[in-house]
Design a protein around this ligand. Structure first.
Ligand SMILES: N[C@@H](CCC(=O)N[C@@H](CS)C(=O)NCC(=O)O)C(=O)O
Length: 328
């Protein structure tokens, strides 16, 4: 793990001591846009953009799912990193399970950031969308990649499915805020805490939020109601990692997702949604977390279980669901 300072790689973990034992996530810095809404946006084009992801990373995973569900796989190709994030950060070592970098041929992900800006300062993260034409990064904030993929390429693909329908936006935003703060990032805040009181606070907030989602999903099919939206994709990527990684490795162990009837059935429904299972690699997920954080798991033993069997039947059909909203 490390970061770039004026274009130089520095090996450095998260500095929790500076924040009283708290893990504080740095905001993504590269925020260009593709589409027709913004005046200075880049044009949507088939084959022009390339998505760099780790199959282990929950933030990358949400972009990868949107790419798949919006039919963008033929337009936007993908490279995935090795699951092991060592002292030089994310890398493309094919012998460790990476696809290699077919576009730029780099070994380390940070080389892409310095190709974009030789003096780059900041964390070097996945997911990241690359513009082959300019040889530059478009955007490294997954929440924005999800939004972009939802609409930017619709004129090319003819796909009008909308994961952020205007009538549901307020609900989606409210759920996203709770899920991001207490669940998506909550597991990290608990797992990377280096003070007992900090861990206690975040683990409690995490399970209170899971209870809220459990109650919500007891009454409605999806987080924003009858339609599957980006809010569901954003919760899914944490739920699917929870019992396998966050429960043990990050000590988020008051309960498992399996112990919540609605959350566990909902997790299985989403996992079985056409196209989703193929974006899930439990091998990358478990190998990444258990092998990349020596301060938490010094011996690097990767556990054998749990046996999740996410293809078991679910009971969600008892609630009204209308699938994905389509724009007129
Ligand atoms: N805000 C970013 C966060 C992405 C992120 O933190 N990704 C992690 C992997 S799960 C990463 O690349 N971490 C490397 C680091 O922080 O040095 C997003 O959602 O796209």
């Amino acid at each position: 793990m490390g970061l770039l300072i004026n274009g130089e790689w520095h090996e450095q973990g998260y500095d929790t001591a500076r924040h009283g034992g708290e893990f504080v996530r740095e905001s993504a810095k590269l925020r260009d846009w593709i589409g027709s809404e913004a005046p200075d946006a880049l044009p949507p084009e088939a084959g022009r953009y390339h998505l760099y992801v780790s199959l282990a990373c929950p933030w990358a995973h949400r972009a990868l799912i949107m790419r798949r569900l919006k039919g963008l796989a033929p337009l936007i190709d993908v490279s995935y990193t090795s699951p092991l994030m060592g002292s030089k950060g994310w890398n493309y070592h094919e012998d460790e399970g990476s696809s290699g970098d077919a576009v730029n041929g780099v070994t380390y992900h940070h080389e892409l950031y310095t190709r974009h800006d030789p003096g780059y300062t900041g964390r070097v993260t996945v997911p990241m969308l690359w513009d082959k034409k300019r040889g530059a990064i478009v955007n490294n904030e997954s929440a924005e990649l999800v939004r972009m993929f939802n609409t930017a390429f619709d004129d090319i693909t003819g796909d009008t499915r909308d994961f952020y329908p205007p009538a549901l936006r307020d609900t989606v935003e409210a759920v996203n805020e709770d899920v991001y703060e207490h669940i998506n990032n909550g597991v990290y805040k608990a797992g990377f805490a280096t003070e007992q009181a900090v861990y206690d606070k975040h683990v409690a907030a995490l399970f209170e939020a899971l209870e809220r989602m459990e109650a919500r999903l007891g009454e409605q099919r999806y987080l924003a109601g009858e339609y599957l939206t980006e809010a569901d994709i954003r919760l899914f990527t944490t739920l699917v990692r929870f019992d396998a990684v966050y429960h043990g490795h990050f000590k988020c162990n008051l309960r498992r997702i399996e112990d919540y009837p609605h959350l566990s059935n909902y997790l299985r429904e989403l996992y079985q949604w056409p196209g989703v299972a193929e974006t899930v690699s439990m091998t990358h997920i478990q190998r990444h977390y258990y092998l990349s954080h020596p301060s938490i798991n010094p011996n690097g033993i990767v556990p054998a279980g749990p046996l999740l069997a996410l293809d078991r039947p679910h009971d969600r059909d008892r609630l009204t669901g209308r699938g994905i909203y389509r724009r007129e």
